[in-house]
Each structure stands twice: as structure tokens, then as C-alpha cells.
Design a protein around this ligand. Structure first.
Ligand SMILES: Cc1cc2nc3c(=O)[nH]c(=O)nc-3n(C[C@H](O)[C@H](O)[C@H](O)COP(=O)(O)OP(=O)(O)OC[C@H]3O[C@@H](n4cnc5c(N)ncnc54)[C@H](O)[C@@H]3O)c2cc1C
Length: 394
């Protein structure tokens, strides 16, 4: 009899697990809180072993074909003049812009479409309560349905509510003193294929990135201590950005003027999820719900795809769920801990307070972008260090 698994959360991690478990013959249901498949989000990249996981799932080429077409990263000054340039085709491998750059929604869609044949999807519902017993997980969904599964996989992202039901008080969040907002704006004639990054005094940065949908992806970030801004309503968050970025310069006025009309505003105060364990009984965490490293680490999607793949493969190798969960955690911990090891200083270094600080940053980046050390510098800037070995899953 096939094993019944409920996956909560239908984004990168949830869809990856659903796809691989479903292909291994598990009876998979995915419950997603959003009323329909959740598009949206900005450029994410998949590097190293994350690409290998996609290759094994059969989606590497499709993900490359759906790439954003971003050709590299440039730091610009207030006049738009380049201070440093890392073009992907001049770097041996991945740099700040990876070889595989794809919109979050596009990657999630590819994984969802691959999983759909092997899993049942339910949108607009979520786990309201659950019992994690020796024999089964009995969940009560918000819709009122009471269902019994052999295991529950929580893939609900950084703010996971079900994680708090099961692992109450265990998340030792690490706040990164940084706010980021992402949203889509109309493309202008000057928007090219590069990721353009502008630093403004006052620890602010503004960036514009290309996509393949005829629009441009904007990001505003601000280094500051967290004051609960993630819980504000969207209008208050937008007002806050308007006020704090009003005098930032460069293309900021154009970006702020698009705030009202944008339909995919995403705002977060960055925090890492730090869990002492990823499973208890028949419940396990994966993706950002288990270990969010924040966009500062640049490996959120790589970790989500890789970790979800490893979890599914380990469950397929073990008859006992607890043994599979343990093997998954043993495999993934070193890579996650390495990925989370970004110094808290990083946001401040990349967001200087003064014009002098910005000139110094540009000087350092300018030197790093020079031919002889460009590839080395790019490797430091992006990509996982410690990687899990997937060869055991052949
Ligand atoms: C809409 C959106 C936009 C994003 N944009 C960016 C971006 O621009 N740049 C970036 O670096 N990262 C972005 N991220 C985060 C990025 O996707 C993750 O860091 C990474 O890919 C790990 O994915 P994940 O599947 O673990 O978590 P997530 O991608 O966060 O997905 C979690 C999923 O679980 C669902 N969910 C949440 N709570 C529940 C619940 N109680 N029950 C059922 N379902 C639930 C959410 O709706 C979501 O679909 C975005 C995430 C989302 C959801």
C-alpha cells in the first residue's frame, strides 16, 4: 500500500518534494493556503548542486529556457555610470548573476506542472490543527476536513504557521537588520539585460533587473534594525518606502511612482530560521520553513530544491519515516549551516551610510571586477560552499 503524505505549501520546496515523492509512488496531497497557484516573486538563482537536483528531476533545461535573460550585474552611481561590472559570460561559472536566473514564479510553475501528474493539489486551505501520533498525523484543515496521513511535510516558507503549531518556541530567529521590498514595474527603454544596483546614502539600495515578461523587477532595500515592519499592512509598508526613499536619487522616483499600480508587492524584514531539529514524530520541515537563510545568502532556492529533493529521496530509501527524516537532516545540515553563515555585518557593508562609504564600496567592487581576480571574487560573492552529495541517489 502506498504511503500517504500531506505537503503543506506549494512553492519551490513543496512542489519539488511532491514531484519526487509522487514519482516514487507515494500518495501525495499538497495543500496551499493561497486560493490558486501563486505566481509572483523576483529573480532567484539555482546554483551547483541545486542545478544537479533539477537535472535529476528532468527540469534543468526547462529552467534555463525560462531564464530571465539577465547577463550580469553592474553597480552604478547616481548618474547611472558604471562603478563595477560582473558580466556572466566573462566569469568562469556563477557570479552575482548566476547562469541559471529564473523568476520564482516561473520555477515554481515548472515544478508544480511536473508534480501535478503525481499529486493532488488543494488550494485555499490550510492546516488548522493536528495530532502527531505514533501511527499517523491526523490533520484538521481550515475547511473542516479531518484527514489521516502517514507523514506531514511542512514547506510553508519563512513565516510558517504550522511549524509554530508543531515546534512552538523552537525557532531561534536571527534577524538580519534589513528590509527588502520587491515588485514589478513597467519596463523603460533604458532597462537593459543587466542587474543594475545603486547605493544611496542612508544605508539604502535600489536595483532593477530584467525579466522575460516585458516588465522590470525593482528592489528597494534598507539596512536598519527590525521594528515589526513585516506585520504592517501593505499600505503602511508602501508609505514607509515612499518616505524613506523619496530623496534616494537615480531611478528611484520612477520606481516609487509604480508602487500604487504594482500587483505583486512582496515585503520582508529579513530573518533566518534556526531550528534545532527539523522533524518530530511524523512531521518534518523543509525549505525556508526549516532553514531560511535570507536573500542575503543568495542560496534560498538552491537550498529549497536540494533539500526537498534529498528529503524525498531519503523517504523513498527508508520504510520508516523517522529513519528517512534523520538521514535527510544528516545530509542537509552541513550545507544549510554553511549557507546560513553570512556575517550580520554583510547588509551594512553593502549599504554604506555616507557618500564616502559608497565610493569606497565601489572602489572595492571595481577592483574585484578586474580580469585577473574577477572569477575568484565572483565565487566568493555567490554560490554554496559545502554541498550535499547526490550521487547516493542514483
Ligand atoms: C509570492 C512569493 C514571492 C517571493 N519572492 C521572492 C523574491 O523576489 N526573492 C527571493 O529571494 N525570494 C522570494 N521568495 C522566497 C523564495 O521563494 C524562498 O526563499 C525559497 O525559494 C524557498 O522556497 P520555499 O518553498 O521553502 O518557501 P516559499 O517560496 O516562501 O513558499 C511557501 C509557500 O507556502 C505557502 N504557505 C504559507 N503558509 C501556509 C500555510 N499555513 N498553509 C499552506 N500553505 C502555506 C505560501 O503561500 C507559499 O506558496 C518569495 C516567496 C513567495 C511565496
Amino acid at each position: 500500500m502506498s504511503r500517504r503524505v500531506l505537503i503543506s505549501g506549494g512553492s519551490i520546496a513543496g512542489n519539488t518534494t511532491a514531484c519526487v515523492l509522487g514519482r516514487h509512488g507515494f500518495d501525495v496531497t499538497v495543500v496551499e493556503r493561497a486560493p490558486s497557484f501563486r505566481d509572483g516573486g523576483q529573480n532567484i538563482d539555482v546554483r551547483g548542486v541545486g542545478r544537479e537536483a533539477l537535472r535529476r528531476i528532468g527540469l534543468e533545461q526547462a529552467a534555463l529556457d525560462h531564464g530571465t535573460g539577465e547577463e550580469g550585474t553592474v553597480w552604478v552611481d547616481e548618474h547611472g555610470q558604471e562603478a563595477a561590472r560582473f558580466a556572466t559570460d566573462e566569469i568562469d561559472g556563477d557570479g552575482p548573476t548566476a547562469e541559471m536566473e529564473i523568476l520564482r514564479g516561473d520555477l515554481s510553475r515548472l515544478l508544480h506542472d511536473a508534480a501535478e501528474a503525481h499529486a493532488t493539489y488543494r488550494f485555499g486551505d490550510h492546516v488548522a490543527s493536528l495530532e502527531n501520533t505514533a501511527d499517523a498525523v491526523v490533520v484538521t484543515l481550515e475547511s473542516g476536513a479531518i484527514e489521516r496521513y502517514d507523514a506531514l511535510i511542512i514547506a510553508e516558507g519563512v513565516g510558517s504557521a504550522t511549524r509554530e503549531l508543531v515546534f512552538a518556541g523552537e525557532n531561534d530567529s536571527r534577524w538580519m537588520d534589513m528590509i527588502i521590498a520587491y515588485f514589478t514595474i513597467p519596463r523603460s527603454a533604458d532597462d537593459d539585460r543587466m542587474w543594475r544596483w545603486y547605493n544611496a546614502p542612508g544605508k539604502r539600495s535600489v536595483s532593477l533587473r530584467p525579466d522575460r515578461h516585458g516588465t522590470t523587477r525593482a528592489m528597494l532595500s534598507l539596512a536598519k534594525e527590525a521594528e515589526g515592519e513585516q506585520d504592517w499592512d501593505v499600505e503602511r509598508q508602501k508609505d514607509f518606502l515612499r518616505e524613506r526613499f523619496a530623496d534616494a536619487g537615480w531611478e528611484t522616483a520612477r520606481i516609487l511612482s509604480a508602487l500604487d499600480a504594482t500587483d505583486d508587492f512582496y515585503f520582508d524584514v529579513l530573518r533566518q530560521v534556526r531550528m534545532p531539529r527539523w522533524s518530530v514524530g511524523r512531521v518534518v520541515l523543509t525549505g525556508d520553513a526549516a532553514w531560511c537563510a535570507t536573500p542575503l545568502a543568495g542560496i534560498g532556492a538552491t537550498l529549497a530544491v536540494t533539500g526537498a529533493y534529498v528529503l524525498a529521496e531519503e523517504l523513498a530509501r527508508h520504510d520508516d519515516f523517522a529513519a528517512g527524516f534523520d538521514a535527510y537532516e544528516r545530509q542537509m545540515r552541513p550545507m544549510v549551516e554553511d549557507g546560513q553563515g553570512i556575517p550580520k555585518l554583510a547588509p551594512r557593508l553593502m549599504h554604506p551610510q555616507s557618500r564616502l562609504g559608497i565610493r569606497l564600496l565601489h572602489g572595492v567592487l571595481g577592483v574585484a571586477s578586474l580580469g585577473p581576480i574577477r572569477t575568484l571574487a565572483a565565487k566568493v560573492a555567490g554560490g554554496p560552499g559545502t554541498e550535499v552529495d547526490l550521487s547516493r541517489y542514483t
